[in-house]
Ligand binder design. Sequence first.
Ligand code: AMP
Length: 281
Amino acid sequence: MKNFKTVAALRAFRQEITSKGETLALVPTMGALHKGHLSLVELAKTKADHVVVSIFVNPTQFGPNEDFDSYPRMVEEDSLKLKPLNIAGVFAPSVSEMYPNGYASTVSVSGLTDCLCGAARPGHFDGVATVVSKLLLQSRADYAVFGEKDWQQLQVIRRVNADLNIDCDIIGAPIYRDEKSGLALSSRNAYLSTKELASAETLNVTLRSFAKDIRDGADIDIATADATQKIINAGFNNIDYLECRESESLKRVDQFDPKHPCRVFVAAKIGSARLIDNMAV
Ligand code: AMP
C-alpha cells in the first residue's frame, strides 16, 4: 500500500495506471476510519482496478465554533485498518499541500445547500464542494464513493461533478449501521460517553418510526412534533433539524406522495457530539 503525501505523487501514480489502461476509484474520508468507511472501500474495489483512500481533515468545512481542532486524527491506525483490504494507497496530504499560500478559490453550490446541514452549518458545503473538487481533479479518479449517511453531501457532490464537467462516476454507498442498535457509524460517535451512546442509539429508531408515520399518511407537522419530543426525551440537548424532503431536489415535502421519493433527515446534538442520520420514507 503506497503512502501518497503530495499531489505530484498521486498524479504520478494516476499516470502510471492510465498508461496501462487501468481505472481508479477514490474514497474521500477525514480518517478515524470505522466499518462504514471500510464498506465504501469494499464497494470501490468492485468498481475499479485500483482504490485510493484519501484522509484529510479539511479545515474549510468546519465552522469557527466546530470541532476541527478536536476531530480525531489517527492516520497510522487508519493505515493498519486499510492494509488487509489490499488497496493501492492512502493519500494523506498536509493542509499546506491542499491549500497553498495565497489560496483564494471556492466552489459554491446554490439551492441544494440552503437547507438541512447547509442552513445549520454556514459555509460547510463550500468547504466540502471545494475539497472534493480538488480531490477529484488531483486524482482524476474514474469513480468516487461517498456514503449515503451524508445524503445532502452526496447530492451536492453530484451537482458539482456535473456542473464542472469533472466527469467522475459518483457512487453512493448505503449507510452502515451497528448491527444491534441500528446506530449509523460515525467518527464522531467516539465523543459519546456510555450514557450518551445509549441515547444516541434511539435516534435511528425514532427516525424509522417518523418515516413510517409519514408513509402511513400522518400529518407531517404532527409526526414531526411527536418525533421531536421523543428525541428530546432521549436526552438530546438540541435538534438542528428533523424534516422530510424530496430525495434528489431536497425540496420540503408537505404531504407524502408515493410517486415522489422522499427521505427523513435529522441532525441532533448530544453532549458535544452532533449526530446526523437519514432514511427513505
Ligand atoms: P467522513 O470521514 O465522516 O468525512 O466520511 C467519509 C465518507 O464516509 C463520506 O462519504 C461519508 O458519507 C461516509 N460514511 C461515514 N460514515 C458512514 C456510514 N456509517 N455508512 C456509510 N458511509 C459512511
